[in-house]
Design a protein around this ligand. Structure first.
Ligand code: PMP
Length: 319
Protein backbone atom coordinates (compact mmCIF):
# COMPACT_ATOMS: atom_id res chain seq x y z
CA UNK A 1 0.00 0.00 0.00
CA UNK A 2 1.35 3.49 -0.83
CA UNK A 3 1.75 4.58 2.79
CA UNK A 4 3.45 7.88 2.00
CA UNK A 5 0.35 8.97 0.08
CA UNK A 6 -1.87 8.13 3.05
CA UNK A 7 0.40 10.14 5.34
CA UNK A 8 0.16 13.09 2.96
CA UNK A 9 -3.61 12.85 3.16
CA UNK A 10 -3.33 12.73 6.95
CA UNK A 11 -1.39 15.98 6.99
CA UNK A 12 -3.84 17.69 4.62
CA UNK A 13 -6.80 16.31 6.57
CA UNK A 14 -5.45 18.00 9.69
CA UNK A 15 -5.00 21.24 7.76
CA UNK A 16 -8.45 21.14 6.14
CA UNK A 17 -10.87 23.40 8.04
CA UNK A 18 -14.66 23.45 7.87
CA UNK A 19 -14.40 27.01 6.46
CA UNK A 20 -12.10 25.81 3.68
CA UNK A 21 -14.45 22.89 2.89
CA UNK A 22 -17.38 25.32 2.73
CA UNK A 23 -15.46 27.61 0.40
CA UNK A 24 -14.50 24.75 -1.94
CA UNK A 25 -18.05 23.39 -2.33
CA UNK A 26 -19.95 26.69 -2.48
CA UNK A 27 -22.65 26.78 -5.16
CA UNK A 28 -22.70 23.00 -5.73
CA UNK A 29 -24.83 20.14 -4.39
CA UNK A 30 -21.88 19.21 -2.14
CA UNK A 31 -22.82 22.24 -0.03
CA UNK A 32 -25.73 20.14 1.25
CA UNK A 33 -23.49 17.48 2.83
CA UNK A 34 -23.88 17.48 6.62
CA UNK A 35 -26.22 19.50 8.85
CA UNK A 36 -28.58 16.52 8.80
CA UNK A 37 -31.72 16.47 10.97
CA UNK A 38 -31.73 15.23 14.57
CA UNK A 39 -35.21 13.95 15.44
CA UNK A 40 -36.66 12.66 18.71
CA UNK A 41 -38.05 9.10 18.52
CA UNK A 42 -41.02 9.79 20.78
CA UNK A 43 -43.24 6.78 19.99
CA UNK A 44 -40.40 4.36 19.34
CA UNK A 45 -38.70 5.35 22.58
CA UNK A 46 -41.86 5.71 24.72
CA UNK A 47 -41.64 4.37 28.29
CA UNK A 48 -37.85 4.37 28.49
CA UNK A 49 -35.86 6.03 31.26
CA UNK A 50 -33.83 8.03 28.76
CA UNK A 51 -34.60 10.02 25.59
CA UNK A 52 -33.77 8.57 22.18
CA UNK A 53 -32.82 10.85 19.26
CA UNK A 54 -31.91 9.91 15.68
CA UNK A 55 -29.31 11.60 13.46
CA UNK A 56 -30.77 11.00 10.00
CA UNK A 57 -27.82 10.64 7.61
CA UNK A 58 -30.03 9.58 4.69
CA UNK A 59 -30.69 13.32 4.35
CA UNK A 60 -27.23 13.80 2.81
CA UNK A 61 -27.41 14.37 -0.98
CA UNK A 62 -25.72 11.03 -1.76
CA UNK A 63 -28.08 9.33 0.70
CA UNK A 64 -25.66 8.29 3.45
CA UNK A 65 -23.20 9.29 6.19
CA UNK A 66 -20.37 8.41 3.80
CA UNK A 67 -20.89 11.68 1.88
CA UNK A 68 -19.02 13.36 4.73
CA UNK A 69 -16.00 11.05 4.61
CA UNK A 70 -15.88 11.02 0.79
CA UNK A 71 -15.98 14.82 0.60
CA UNK A 72 -13.20 15.26 3.15
CA UNK A 73 -11.00 12.54 1.59
CA UNK A 74 -11.32 14.04 -1.89
CA UNK A 75 -10.73 17.62 -0.75
CA UNK A 76 -7.74 16.53 1.38
CA UNK A 77 -6.25 14.86 -1.73
CA UNK A 78 -6.87 18.06 -3.68
CA UNK A 79 -5.23 20.19 -0.99
CA UNK A 80 -2.25 17.77 -1.01
CA UNK A 81 -1.95 18.30 -4.79
CA UNK A 82 -2.63 14.61 -5.53
CA UNK A 83 -5.87 15.47 -7.35
CA UNK A 84 -6.84 16.48 -9.95
CA UNK A 85 -4.85 14.03 -12.04
CA UNK A 86 -5.83 13.67 -15.71
CA UNK A 87 -4.22 10.23 -15.94
CA UNK A 88 -5.33 8.61 -12.67
CA UNK A 89 -8.78 7.73 -11.33
CA UNK A 90 -9.50 7.84 -7.60
CA UNK A 91 -9.93 4.31 -6.32
CA UNK A 92 -11.50 2.73 -3.24
CA UNK A 93 -13.00 -0.46 -1.88
CA UNK A 94 -16.48 -0.09 -0.43
CA UNK A 95 -19.60 -1.89 0.68
CA UNK A 96 -21.54 0.59 -1.42
CA UNK A 97 -22.24 3.87 0.34
CA UNK A 98 -18.69 5.23 0.09
CA UNK A 99 -18.80 4.25 -3.59
CA UNK A 100 -21.95 6.25 -4.21
CA UNK A 101 -20.53 9.18 -2.24
CA UNK A 102 -17.16 9.17 -4.03
CA UNK A 103 -18.90 8.85 -7.39
CA UNK A 104 -21.09 11.88 -6.61
CA UNK A 105 -18.19 13.97 -5.28
CA UNK A 106 -16.02 12.89 -8.24
CA UNK A 107 -18.74 13.96 -10.69
CA UNK A 108 -18.91 17.44 -9.15
CA UNK A 109 -15.14 17.92 -8.72
CA UNK A 110 -14.27 16.42 -12.14
CA UNK A 111 -12.31 13.33 -11.01
CA UNK A 112 -12.69 9.87 -12.56
CA UNK A 113 -13.72 7.18 -10.04
CA UNK A 114 -13.08 3.41 -9.91
CA UNK A 115 -14.74 1.34 -7.16
CA UNK A 116 -14.14 -2.22 -5.97
CA UNK A 117 -17.46 -3.61 -4.71
CA UNK A 118 -18.28 -7.11 -3.47
CA UNK A 119 -20.71 -8.63 -5.97
CA UNK A 120 -23.47 -8.81 -3.36
CA UNK A 121 -24.09 -5.13 -2.66
CA UNK A 122 -27.65 -4.17 -3.49
CA UNK A 123 -28.29 -3.41 -7.15
CA UNK A 124 -29.44 0.10 -6.20
CA UNK A 125 -26.01 1.12 -4.89
CA UNK A 126 -24.17 -0.34 -7.86
CA UNK A 127 -26.45 1.45 -10.33
CA UNK A 128 -26.41 4.78 -8.49
CA UNK A 129 -22.57 4.78 -8.43
CA UNK A 130 -22.53 3.96 -12.15
CA UNK A 131 -25.13 6.66 -12.87
CA UNK A 132 -22.67 9.19 -11.37
CA UNK A 133 -20.09 7.91 -13.88
CA UNK A 134 -18.02 5.57 -11.67
CA UNK A 135 -16.37 2.43 -13.07
CA UNK A 136 -17.19 -0.60 -10.94
CA UNK A 137 -14.95 -3.65 -10.41
CA UNK A 138 -16.98 -6.48 -8.84
CA UNK A 139 -15.21 -8.82 -6.42
CA UNK A 140 -16.04 -12.25 -4.94
CA UNK A 141 -19.29 -11.91 -2.94
CA UNK A 142 -18.16 -14.58 -0.47
CA UNK A 143 -15.13 -12.50 0.51
CA UNK A 144 -17.30 -9.44 1.32
CA UNK A 145 -15.59 -6.05 1.68
CA UNK A 146 -12.30 -7.78 2.55
CA UNK A 147 -12.21 -9.18 -1.02
CA UNK A 148 -12.88 -5.67 -2.37
CA UNK A 149 -10.07 -4.27 -0.18
CA UNK A 150 -7.61 -6.88 -1.50
CA UNK A 151 -8.54 -6.04 -5.10
CA UNK A 152 -8.17 -2.27 -4.54
CA UNK A 153 -4.76 -2.86 -2.91
CA UNK A 154 -3.72 -5.02 -5.88
CA UNK A 155 -4.80 -2.37 -8.41
CA UNK A 156 -3.11 0.44 -6.46
CA UNK A 157 0.13 -1.53 -6.16
CA UNK A 158 0.33 -2.95 -9.69
CA UNK A 159 -0.98 0.13 -11.54
CA UNK A 160 0.11 3.19 -9.55
CA UNK A 161 0.10 5.24 -12.76
CA UNK A 162 -3.65 4.66 -13.16
CA UNK A 163 -5.04 5.05 -9.63
CA UNK A 164 -5.05 7.41 -6.65
CA UNK A 165 -5.96 5.03 -3.81
CA UNK A 166 -8.00 6.97 -1.24
CA UNK A 167 -8.26 4.00 1.15
CA UNK A 168 -11.09 5.00 3.50
CA UNK A 169 -9.87 2.37 5.97
CA UNK A 170 -6.55 4.19 6.48
CA UNK A 171 -7.41 7.73 5.51
CA UNK A 172 -7.27 10.27 8.36
CA UNK A 173 -9.67 12.56 6.48
CA UNK A 174 -12.42 9.96 6.99
CA UNK A 175 -12.31 10.32 10.78
CA UNK A 176 -11.59 14.07 10.53
CA UNK A 177 -14.91 14.59 8.70
CA UNK A 178 -16.74 13.29 11.78
CA UNK A 179 -14.58 15.14 14.30
CA UNK A 180 -15.22 18.41 12.44
CA UNK A 181 -18.84 17.98 11.29
CA UNK A 182 -20.94 15.06 12.66
CA UNK A 183 -19.89 15.42 16.29
CA UNK A 184 -20.12 19.24 16.57
CA UNK A 185 -23.53 19.06 14.89
CA UNK A 186 -25.01 16.66 17.47
CA UNK A 187 -23.43 18.68 20.28
CA UNK A 188 -25.09 21.89 19.01
CA UNK A 189 -28.38 20.21 18.10
CA UNK A 190 -28.76 18.80 21.64
CA UNK A 191 -27.50 22.06 23.21
CA UNK A 192 -24.78 20.01 24.80
CA UNK A 193 -27.24 17.75 26.60
CA UNK A 194 -26.48 14.40 24.97
CA UNK A 195 -25.03 11.79 27.28
CA UNK A 196 -24.41 8.90 24.83
CA UNK A 197 -23.47 8.75 21.14
CA UNK A 198 -24.19 5.40 19.47
CA UNK A 199 -22.89 4.38 16.02
CA UNK A 200 -21.91 1.27 14.08
CA UNK A 201 -18.36 0.40 13.09
CA UNK A 202 -17.39 -0.15 9.45
CA UNK A 203 -14.15 1.69 8.80
CA UNK A 204 -14.40 3.10 12.33
CA UNK A 205 -14.37 6.66 10.96
CA UNK A 206 -17.65 7.70 12.58
CA UNK A 207 -16.76 6.44 16.06
CA UNK A 208 -13.09 7.44 16.10
CA UNK A 209 -13.72 10.92 14.66
CA UNK A 210 -16.82 11.69 16.75
CA UNK A 211 -15.08 10.45 19.88
CA UNK A 212 -12.26 12.94 19.34
CA UNK A 213 -14.75 15.81 19.74
CA UNK A 214 -17.45 14.40 22.04
CA UNK A 215 -15.33 12.67 24.68
CA UNK A 216 -13.82 15.97 25.76
CA UNK A 217 -17.40 17.08 26.45
CA UNK A 218 -18.04 14.08 28.69
CA UNK A 219 -20.25 12.17 26.23
CA UNK A 220 -20.03 8.35 26.37
CA UNK A 221 -19.17 6.80 23.02
CA UNK A 222 -20.83 3.48 22.17
CA UNK A 223 -19.60 1.33 19.26
CA UNK A 224 -21.82 -1.30 17.62
CA UNK A 225 -20.73 -4.42 15.75
CA UNK A 226 -22.55 -7.42 14.28
CA UNK A 227 -22.66 -10.40 16.66
CA UNK A 228 -21.15 -12.78 14.11
CA UNK A 229 -18.86 -12.91 11.07
CA UNK A 230 -21.65 -13.70 8.59
CA UNK A 231 -24.31 -11.05 9.00
CA UNK A 232 -26.76 -8.93 7.05
CA UNK A 233 -25.74 -5.57 8.49
CA UNK A 234 -24.34 -3.88 5.36
CA UNK A 235 -21.62 -1.38 6.08
CA UNK A 236 -20.68 -2.86 9.49
CA UNK A 237 -17.68 -5.07 10.24
CA UNK A 238 -17.28 -7.95 12.66
CA UNK A 239 -13.79 -6.84 13.67
CA UNK A 240 -12.61 -10.13 15.16
CA UNK A 241 -12.93 -11.88 11.79
CA UNK A 242 -12.30 -9.01 9.30
CA UNK A 243 -9.27 -7.15 7.96
CA UNK A 244 -8.68 -4.59 10.69
CA UNK A 245 -9.01 -1.00 9.42
CA UNK A 246 -5.84 0.94 10.36
CA UNK A 247 -7.94 3.94 11.51
CA UNK A 248 -10.04 1.78 13.89
CA UNK A 249 -9.19 2.21 17.56
CA UNK A 250 -11.22 0.33 20.20
CA UNK A 251 -10.18 2.78 22.87
CA UNK A 252 -12.18 5.53 21.11
CA UNK A 253 -15.35 3.93 22.53
CA UNK A 254 -16.39 3.64 26.19
CA UNK A 255 -18.71 0.73 25.45
CA UNK A 256 -18.77 -1.97 22.78
CA UNK A 257 -22.01 -3.77 21.96
CA UNK A 258 -23.09 -6.44 19.47
CA UNK A 259 -26.41 -6.94 17.70
CA UNK A 260 -27.91 -9.78 15.66
CA UNK A 261 -29.13 -9.25 12.11
CA UNK A 262 -32.64 -10.37 13.12
CA UNK A 263 -32.93 -7.86 15.93
CA UNK A 264 -31.72 -5.02 13.64
CA UNK A 265 -34.14 -5.99 10.85
CA UNK A 266 -37.06 -6.13 13.28
CA UNK A 267 -36.29 -2.65 14.57
CA UNK A 268 -36.07 -0.96 11.17
CA UNK A 269 -39.47 -2.39 10.26
CA UNK A 270 -40.83 -0.93 13.52
CA UNK A 271 -39.11 2.43 13.00
CA UNK A 272 -40.72 2.87 9.56
CA UNK A 273 -44.20 2.28 11.02
CA UNK A 274 -43.82 4.19 14.25
CA UNK A 275 -41.71 7.17 13.21
CA UNK A 276 -42.00 7.41 9.40
CA UNK A 277 -38.27 6.83 9.00
CA UNK A 278 -37.19 4.25 6.41
CA UNK A 279 -33.56 3.31 7.12
CA UNK A 280 -31.00 0.61 6.34
CA UNK A 281 -30.05 -2.46 8.42
CA UNK A 282 -27.00 -0.92 10.15
CA UNK A 283 -29.35 1.76 11.53
CA UNK A 284 -31.35 -1.05 13.15
CA UNK A 285 -28.20 -2.28 14.87
CA UNK A 286 -27.45 1.18 16.29
CA UNK A 287 -31.09 1.58 17.35
CA UNK A 288 -31.01 -1.74 19.24
CA UNK A 289 -28.11 -0.51 21.34
CA UNK A 290 -29.63 2.97 21.79
CA UNK A 291 -32.79 1.30 23.15
CA UNK A 292 -30.76 -0.78 25.63
CA UNK A 293 -29.04 2.31 27.01
CA UNK A 294 -32.20 4.43 27.21
CA UNK A 295 -34.00 1.52 28.96
CA UNK A 296 -31.16 1.15 31.45
CA UNK A 297 -30.55 4.73 32.61
CA UNK A 298 -31.68 8.34 32.55
CA UNK A 299 -29.91 9.63 29.48
CA UNK A 300 -30.10 11.52 26.20
CA UNK A 301 -29.01 9.03 23.59
CA UNK A 302 -28.15 10.07 20.03
CA UNK A 303 -28.19 7.17 17.56
CA UNK A 304 -26.59 7.70 14.16
CA UNK A 305 -28.68 6.22 11.33
CA UNK A 306 -26.18 5.85 8.44
CA UNK A 307 -28.45 5.45 5.41
CA UNK A 308 -31.99 5.17 4.05
CA UNK A 309 -34.08 2.09 3.36
CA UNK A 310 -34.70 2.73 -0.34
CA UNK A 311 -31.23 1.40 -1.03
CA UNK A 312 -32.32 -2.06 0.21
CA UNK A 313 -35.78 -2.42 -1.33
CA UNK A 314 -34.54 -5.10 -3.73
CA UNK A 315 -33.21 -7.25 -0.84
CA UNK A 316 -35.31 -9.96 0.93
CA UNK A 317 -35.65 -7.67 3.95
CA UNK A 318 -38.74 -5.89 2.58
CA UNK A 319 -40.36 -8.78 0.70
N1 PMP B 1 -23.57 1.74 8.11
C1 PMP B 1 -23.51 1.83 6.77
C2 PMP B 1 -24.76 1.52 5.99
C3 PMP B 1 -22.31 2.16 6.13
O1 PMP B 1 -22.25 2.23 4.79
C4 PMP B 1 -21.15 2.41 6.93
C5 PMP B 1 -19.85 2.72 6.26
N2 PMP B 1 -19.13 1.56 5.88
C6 PMP B 1 -21.25 2.30 8.32
C7 PMP B 1 -22.48 1.98 8.87
C8 PMP B 1 -20.06 2.47 9.25
O2 PMP B 1 -19.49 3.75 9.23
P1 PMP B 1 -17.91 3.96 9.44
O3 PMP B 1 -17.25 3.49 8.17
O4 PMP B 1 -17.75 5.41 9.66
O5 PMP B 1 -17.46 3.14 10.59
Amino acid sequence: MPTSTVNNYATSAMRLSTDRVRELVRGTILERIGDTPLVPLRRFGAGLRGELWAKVEAANPGGSVKDRAALWMVLAAEEAGTLPDPFRAMLDATSGNTGVALAMVGAVRGHAVTLCLPDRVSIERKRVAMAFGARVVLTDPLEGTDGAIREAQRLATTQPDRFVYLDQYSNAANAAAHARTTAPEVWTQTRGELTHFVAGVGTGGTIVGSSRFLRRKGVRIVAVQPDQAFHGLDGLKHMASAIRPPIWDESAADEHATVSTDEAHGLIRRLAREEGLLVGPSSGAALAVGLRIAAREESMVVVLLPDGGERYLSTPLWE
